[in-house]
Write a protein that binds this ligand. Structure first.
Ligand code: ADP
Ligand code: MG
Length: 249
């Protein structure tokens, strides 16, 4: 009988592929990639425009489905879930941070962070507790009563991250989270990610072109033309720079 290792990866993908379009004009967005990401890992996903980053994130986030191969999240097969099951699993286990910060302008930081948990019908005391803790983790508890219009871009982005992690996801997916921020705010946000994965154990995957990320992620996965062309631990800043590439996401 096989014994499952105690440290099951949070993400396990094996020979994953995604094609778009009909036979004669098939686009191979992902060409059989394999990757495993553990709890408490923070991985930067880099690669030129068109290399498949968004496709991979959409599959990991259960917004899309692979054409072939295996995707396991917390050891559970995700490849055969119905749309409804995908949505339910996504709501319970996955959080997202996007480049545009979509905070509701008429709600305080605290209310913004609580909102997804009210949709999920989390009891109000627990909601409040989780929201305050998330704001604390991101170093912005003192901003809880501020409205989005009264914050800097970096502060607002940290509120958005607090909102994402407050429900206690296993996996946090971030697409260019520092793309719209100046260098100082970007650094603060990356430091927040770094503390988060260390203190909460959430696995983080960040799509980025930002060489700064290399200073904070301990692992950089490089995609090119739908294939993984590099999967390296980051040792120092120079390594990070040699893996960064230009281009749009
Ligand atoms: P990236 O995010 O790295 O820029 P994408 O994952 O968006 O790359 O795209 C990977 C490849 O798949 C590209 O060649 C892109 O044109 C193609 N692609 C992405 N989405 C679609 C789609 N809905 N229909 C057809 N082709 C697509
Ligand atoms: Mg993209």
């Amino acid at each position: 009988m096989a014994i499952e290792a105690a440290t099951n990866p949070v993400i396990q993908i094996d020979n994953l592929s995604r094609t778009y379009g009909p036979d004669e004009a098939t686009v191979h967005a992902l060409r059989g990639i394999s990757l495993s990401i553990n709890s408490q890992e923070m991985v930067a996903l880099m690669g030129p425009s068109g290399s498949g980053k968004t496709t991979l994130m959409n599959i990991l986030g259960l917004f899309d489905r692979a054409t072939g191969g295996l995707y396991r999240l917390n050891g559970q097969d995700m490849t055969h879930l119905s749309r409804r099951q995908q949505a339910s699993y996504r709501g319970r286990h996955i959080a997202f941070v996007f480049q545009g910060i979509h905070l509701l302008p008429r709600l305080s930081a605290l209310a913004n962070v609580e909102l997804p948990m009210s949709y999920a019908r989390t009891p109000s005391a627990q909601r409040r507790r989780s929201a305050l803790r998330a704001l604390e983790l991101l170093g912005i508890a003192h901003l809880k009563d501020r409205y989005p219009g009264q914050m800097s871009g970096g502060q607002a982005q940290r509120v958005a991250i607090a909102r994402a992690i407050a429900p206690g996801p296993d996996l946090l997916l971030a697409d260019e989270p520092t793309g719209a921020l100046d260098r100082k705010s970007g650094t603060l946000v990356l430091q927040a990610f770094q503390e988060l994965h260390e203190t909460t154990g959430v696995s983080i995957v960040i799509v980025t072109h930002d060489p700064l990320v290399g200073q904070h992620a301990k692992r950089i996965v490089s995609l090119e033309d739908g294939q993984i062309v590099g999967d390296d631990p980051v040792r120092d800043r120079l390594v990070a720079f040699s893996h960064s590439r230009g281009g749009q996401s």
